[in-house]
Design a protein around this ligand. Structure first.
Ligand code: MG
Length: 267
């Protein structure tokens, strides 16, 4: 073998060694599998700007407030429900849920502080996510729009102006209680206002009240949602709830398959 051939052979070996070391991880890696048999995630057809996802419980789609006790006291016109006379309470009860609602505080600005565009959503009839006209309207921060009332201000003020449509998307986790009535785990809420995160897995301290510090009193696993009448004609549309929000559970059929240990030079 000539010297040139030997050199070419050595060069080929060098190139091969280099390529092997670069891509070695791919040659050696093997797909890792959990060994868990998962059920197929159910198909949910998403809604659009005006409709709910296919598996949602629709609480107001613009037609009437028949899903609410007291709903006949409110004004429903042109697909919009307006606060009047009384608070309304959902006839169905909910625990852990995803909740969507759109609201607009009055376009005609009246009052100030807590008297301007006040309403609110009481999850489980107790835990109020505040609705208020907080667009250039100062009040105590843990009472402004997006606050959990007297518990936690929103992380940011993501409000739109008076009369403009806004949205709340809430992931609500109900509290759990022990048999003796004491608290097992608190309620949590994650909230997006107009697509902006304002609470990230916030731990609630208990019932939100004007006159008392928050505290927990045992209640049922599911309770109705109510929407507050605070004397201001706040408008609502497109209200729905999804209950199927628990993680899927799979069945561990066998041990997970581990990828083989890689040689030192290709790690
Ligand atoms: Mg309120």
């Amino acid at each position: 073998m000539s010297l040139v051939r030997v050199s070419r052979f050595a060069l080929s070996l060098l190139v091969f060694a280099l390529m092997t070391s670069i891509s070695g991880a791919y040659f050696w890696a093997r797909e890792w599998k959990s060994g868990i048999l998962w059920p197929e995630p159910p198909i949910v057809t998403p809604g659009d700007a005006a409709t709910a996802p296919s598996d949602a419980i629709v609480l107001f789609d613009g037609k009437d407030l028949s899903a609410w006790s007291g709903g006949d006291q409110w004004i429903v016109a042109d697909g919009i429900a307006t606060v009047a006379k009384t608070s309304i309470t959902s006839k169905q009860s909910f625990g852990d849920c995803q909740f969507h609602l759109e609201f607009a505080t009055p376009a005609e600005v009246k009052g100030s502080g807590q008297g301007r565009g006040n309403s609110g959503i009481h999850f489980m009839g107790r835990y109020e996510l505040q609705i208020l006209d907080s667009f250039g309207n100062t009040t105590y921060f843990d009472g402004q729009c997006g606050s959990f009332y007297k518990t936690q201000p929103p992380s940011v003020n993501a409000c739109r102006g008076p009369g403009e449509w806004q949205s709340y998307d809430v992931i609500f986790t109900a509290p759990r209680f022990k048999a003796d009535g004491s608290l097992h785990t608190p309620a949590y809420a994650t909230v997006l206002q107009n697509g902006v995160l304002i609470h990230n897995h916030l731990e609630l301290k208990g019932t939100t009240a004007y006159t008392e510090a928050p505290s927990y009193t045992k209640h049922r696993d599911k309770e109705p949602i109510s929407i507050q009448n605070h004397g201001n004609p706040v408008r609502f549309r497109n209200i729905w709830v999804r209950e199927n929000i628990a993680p899927l559970t799979g069945q561990q059929l066998g041990g997970a398959t581990e990828p083989p240990a890689l040689p030192e030079d290709v790690r």
